[in-house]
Design a protein around this ligand. Structure first.
Ligand code: FES
Length: 128
């Protein structure tokens, strides 16, 4: 594999069953099979009903993981994603920061789909 950056890394990695993520919550994963440079990548998936959205577990402020303990990604009211380090709040449906030190920035998306009731990671975007 060359060291050149690629626009995305195509994958097909089963992460969990949809029912393993209670509606309105998020779950973190470590992906170590096909990251851009052979490194482990921390991601999380948030479930909104029958939809799932995936992001790198990497805050755009200073790069901290969002969860203060495993799988704790949501704000107290359960409506937004929250970074544990300085409290930035992000919309779960698109990762846009609506409040906090990185307001106006966005989480980095990863591509996830639902297939036969399973959450499957299909791509790791390589751009920030
Ligand atoms: S690292 Fe997330 S708000 Fe500062």
């Amino acid at each position: 594999m060359s060291g050149r950056p690629r626009p995305s890394v195509a994958l097909s990695i089963k992460l969990c069953a949809l029912e393993d993520i209670p509606d309105g919550t998020a779950k973190g994963f470590t992906v170590d099979e096909a990251s851009e440079e052979g490194e482990e990548v921390e991601i999380f998936v948030v479930r909104l009903g029958e939809a799932v959205h995936g992001y790198r577990n990497f805050c755009p402020h200073i790069g901290s993981p969002l969860d203060w303990k495993p799988d704790s990604f949501m704000s107290d009211d359960g409506k937004l994603l929250r970074c544990a380090t300085h409290g930035a709040l992000f919309r779960p449906e698109d990762g846009y920061c609506v409040e906090g030190p990185c307001e106006g920035d966005s989480l980095r998306r990863v591509e996830v789909i639902l297939k036969d009731g399973e959450v499957v990671l299909t791509g790791l975007a390589s751009r920030s």
